[in-house]
Ligand binder design. Structure first.
Ligand SMILES: NC(=O)c1ccc[n+]([C@@H]2O[C@H](COP(=O)([O-])OP(=O)(O)OC[C@H]3O[C@@H](n4cnc5c(N)ncnc54)[C@H](OP(=O)(O)O)[C@@H]3O)[C@@H](O)[C@H]2O)c1
Length: 366
C-alpha cells in the first residue's frame, strides 16, 4: 500500500461550516470489505447545501448526503468487494451510511459485497471524464419517472401535457425525460436566471419555459405536474394543483420535511415522497392524485447510462454543467451559496486533479 499518501485532502462539515483539511490516510481501515474511490469530478447538489444550513431531514439508514455525487476510479478494492483497482465508477448514496464524504481526494466505502455491489456502480462510458455529467441526479430522475408511471398506472407519457415547477438541475432533467417519452412540457421557475440558463444552453425552448408569475395562465392545463423546488411550500403545492387537470397527477420530488401536508388536508406529502405512495385529494372541485419518489437503485444508473449513450440528443446532460472549481476553492464557494449571497444555475462540479482548465458550459457561450 505504499502507493497511498500519508495524508489526503478532504472537506469537513462541522456545525454548519465547511473546511478543507489534511487527514491521515487510514490504511488500517482497508479491509476485504472496503472500496476506496479517487474522484475525478464531484458534483455539488442542493442537498449538500441543505445539510450545511440544517434544513434537511437525514434518513438514518443512508446517512448524510454531503458529498455524494462523484465519478472516479477505484484506488483500492478489498478481496471481497467485487471491484478491481482502476475500475471507473460512480456512487449510489442510498445503500450504506458507512462511507466518508465525496468532497475529498479519496472516498472510503465499507459494506458487505452485496452492499458494495449496489453502492459502487461501474461507469460503462469511458469518455465521461472528457465531457462530465453527474450520473446520480439523473438516476434519481429515471427512478422518479418510472415510479410516476407505475403509481399513476400510465404506460407512457406519450401525448401527455407535463408541467414542471422548478427549473433547477432536476426540473430540467425531468423535462428531458418527459419529452423523450413523448410528452409536451412547460417548466415554471421563480427566478429568471435558471430559465435563462436553460434557454441559452438549448436545454429548453422558449415555448417550454415560463416564470412562476405566469402560472395562473395555465389553469387546468396539465395531466401531470412535477413539483421539484428545493422547498415544496404550500403556495407551490396550490400552484401545482391549480394547473393540473381534474384527475391529474401531482408528483412530489422536491424538498419536503416531516409533517408537511397538502394545503387544507391531512395528506402527508413527506411520507408520500419518501415512501413512494399515492393518495387522492380534492382541490377546488377537482380530484387529484398525489404521488412521490425518493432515491434510486443500481438499475436506475444502468438505465441512465443506456439512455445517455443511445439518445445523446435527448439527454445532453453535460450541458447542465455550468461551472468548474477546484477542491481548495470549495469551502468558500459553498459557504457563499449556503449563505444565499451567491447562486449558480446548472450543475457546479469540482475537478480534483486539475490539469488544464476545461471550457465550461457557460464560457463556451458566444
Ligand atoms: N426525491 C428525490 O429522490 C430527490 C433527489 C434529488 C433531489 N431532490 C430534491 O430536489 C430539489 C431540487 O434539486 P435541484 O438539483 O433541481 O436543485 P437546484 O438545481 O439547486 O434548483 C433549485 C430549484 O428550487 C427553486 N426554489 C428554491 N426555493 C424556492 C422557493 N421558495 N420557491 C420557489 N422555487 C424555489 C429554485 O428556483 P430559483 O431559480 O428561483 O431559485 C430552483 O428552481 C432538492 O432540493 C432536493 O430536495 C429530490
Amino acid at each position: 500500500m505504499t502507493e497511498f499518501p500519508y495524508t489526503y485532502t478532504t472537506a469537513e462539515l462541522v456545525s454548519g461550516t465547511v473546511k478543507v483539511i489534511g487527514k491521515t490516510f487510514p490504511r488500517e481501515t482497508l479491509g476485504e470489505d472496503t472500496v476506496v474511490i479517487r474522484p475525478d469530478y464531484i458534483g455539488i447538489c442542493r442537498a449538500d447545501i441543505k445539510e450545511i444550513i440544517g434544513s434537511r431531514d437525514i434518513p438514518t439508514d443512508r446517512g448524510p448526503l454531503f458529498g455524494h455525487e462523484f465519478v472516479g476510479s477505484v484506488a483500492f478494492a478489498g478481496i471481497q468487494s467485487g471491484f478491481r483497482k482502476g475500475d471507473l465508477v460512480t456512487f449510489n448514496p442510498n445503500i450504506t451510511p458507512v462511507r466518508t464524504t465525496g468532497f475529498a481526494e479519496y472516498v472510503f466505502v465499507h459494506g458487505s459485497s452485496e452492499q458494495l455491489d449496489q453502492a459502487v456502480v461501474r461507469v460503462p462510458e469511458a469518455g465521461i471524464l472528457d465531457s462530465i455529467w453527474m450520473p446520480e441526479p439523473f438516476a434519481c430522475i429515471v427512478h422518479a419517472t418510472k415510479k410516476l408511471l407505475e403509481l399513476a398506472k400510465l404506460r407512457s407519457l406519450d401525448g401527455k401535457r407535463v408541467g414542471i415547477i422548478g427549473a433547477g438541475c432536476s426540473g430540467i432533467m425531468f423535462a428531458m425525460y418527459a419529452k423523450h417519452l413523448g410528452a409536451s412540457v412547460i417548466v415554471f421557475n421563480r427566478g429568471e436566471s435558471r430559465l435563462n440558463f436553460a434557454r441559452d444552453q438549448k436545454l429548453l425552448t422558449e415555448e417550454e419555459i415560463c416564470t412562476l408569475v405566469g402560472v395562473e395562465c395555465h389553469r387546468d392545463a396539465f395531466d401531470v405536474v412535477i413539483v421539484v423546488p428545493t422547498i415544496v411550500t404550500s403556495e407551490l403545492l396550490q400552484n401545482a394543483a391549480n394547473i393540473a387537470t381534474s384527475e391529474g397527477i401531482l408528483h412530489i420530488y422536491g424538498g419536503t420535511r416531516a409533517g408537511d401536508r397538502f394545503p387544507k388536508t391531512q395528506v402527508d406529502i413527506d411520507t408520500i415522497r419518501r415512501h413512494e405512495q399515492l393518495e387522492l385529494v380534492e382541490h377546488q372541485g377537482k380530484r387529484l392524485r398525489i404521488t412521490g419518489a425518493y432515491g434510486c437503485f443500481k438499475e436506475d444508473y444502468e438505465e441512465s447510462f443506456r439512455l445517455h449513450a443511445k439518445h445523446s440528443d435527448s439527454f445532453s446532460l453535460e450541458k447542465l454543467v455550468s461551472t468548474e472549481i477546484e477542491l481548495n476553492e470549495f469551502p468558500r464557494f459553498i459557504m457563499e451559496v449556503a449563505a444565499g449571497t451567491k447562486d449558480y444555475p446548472g450543475k457546479v462540479v469540482i475537478k480534483t486533479n486539475p490539469t488544464e482548465p476545461r471550457a465550461t458550459a457557460l464560457n463556451q457561450q458566444p
